[in-house]
Design a protein around this ligand. Structure first.
Ligand SMILES: NC(=O)c1ccc[n+]([C@@H]2O[C@H](COP(=O)([O-])OP(=O)(O)OC[C@H]3O[C@@H](n4cnc5c(N)ncnc54)[C@H](OP(=O)(O)O)[C@@H]3O)[C@@H](O)[C@H]2O)c1
Length: 261
């Protein structure tokens, strides 16, 4: 299937590793030009050179720290005036594990800043060009925790729910402009983030990392973790031309992990 995004410009947040990186690569394979963002500029430069060499697409990098409101405001100026993306992948680092109480105010604030306020601001900046062109794709990486809160990930469960509310509200407001707004929910996709959470769990439960991973995989209907490429395939379809009538949705890529309808 031709995904119809060759030559479009995609702005990818959290592009330096994990899900964002896999999506950047899949977009490049479809011929989309990229703007890669995350904190580590050297990693982004290296990835950009690799993707240009492999797929012949143009790649720019725009390093930024999503917990820093000034840096995000500066990034938004570049998004409006310079990058003018057709496609936006919203993605940021996940908060550390914790119960609902006893969380430091600073952690609530920095997590809300990066996963909610910065993403809203960047989305608004990216919408400008999409509205002019009457075409746009906005996809936000959420979590299975939006539908089924994950024990001991209170900050993530809380803030991602708010982001899902924003996305759904926005979807109806911009659908008439040819812009789709969707959320994609990873279950357990094998990335560094999941490795950190599993390591923390192993420490809490006095088990080895291998034990924890084997037990968790056995509890999944698919009996295994997902691969970043499998997640990226669905994400890029949601950002494609043929997915133009899909908006306001939360799409699970979880191997059946979320038990609700
Ligand atoms: N993998 C899963 O199965 C799963 C499940 C549920 C939810 N999620 C969520 O999905 C998102 C992506 O997951 P992942 O597994 O790909 O995570 P990851 O491997 O930790 O990657 C996170 C990305 O975000 C960037 N980042 C982190 N903090 C940042 C900041 N302050 N400012 C700008 N960029 C920042 C990181 O790059 P730099 O370090 O270079 O900044 C990296 O590129 C996370 O929010 C995660 O919690 C993932």
């Amino acid at each position: 299937m031709d995904l119809g995004i060759k030559g479009k410009t995609a702005f990818v947040l959290g592009a330096s590793q994990g899900l964002g990186r896999a999506i950047a690569e899949r977009l490049a394979a479809e011929g989309a030009n990229l703007v890669l963002s995350a904190r580590r500029e050297d990693v982004l430069q290296e990835l950009g050179a690799e993707l240009t060499a492999k797929y012949g697409v143009s790649v720019q990098v725009a390093p930024s720290d999503l917990t820093d409101p000034d840096a995000v405001s500066a990034l938004c100026v570049r998004i409006r005036d310079e990058f003018k993306p057709d496609i936006l992948l919203n993605n940021a680092g996940g908060p550390p594990p914790s119960p609902s109480t006893g969380v430091a105010q600073e952690l609530w604030k920095s997590s809300a800043q990066s996963l909610l306020f910065s993403i809203i601001q960047i989305t608004e900046a990216a919408l400008e060009n999409m509205r002019v062109n009457k075409w746009g794709r906005i996809l936000t990486i959420g979590s299975s925790g939006v539908l089924q809160p994950i024990p001991n990930l209170a900050v993530s469960n809380t803030i991602r729910g708010a982001m899902a509310g924003f996305s759904k509200t926005l979807a109806a407001e911009v659908a008439g402009d040819g812009i789709t707004v969707n959320t994609i929910l990873p279950g357990k996709i094998d990335t560094a983030r999941v490795g950190q959470l599993d390591t923390a769990r192993a420490g809490r439960e006095g088990k080895t990392l291998e034990q924890v991973r084997t037990e968790l995989a056995a509890g999944l209907p698919a009996k295994r973790y997902g691969k970043p490429e499998e997640f990226a395939n669905v994400a890029v379809f949601l950002m494609s031309e043929p997915a133009g009538y899909v908006t306001g949705q939360m799409t699970r890529v979880d191997g059946g992990m979320i038990r609700s309808l």
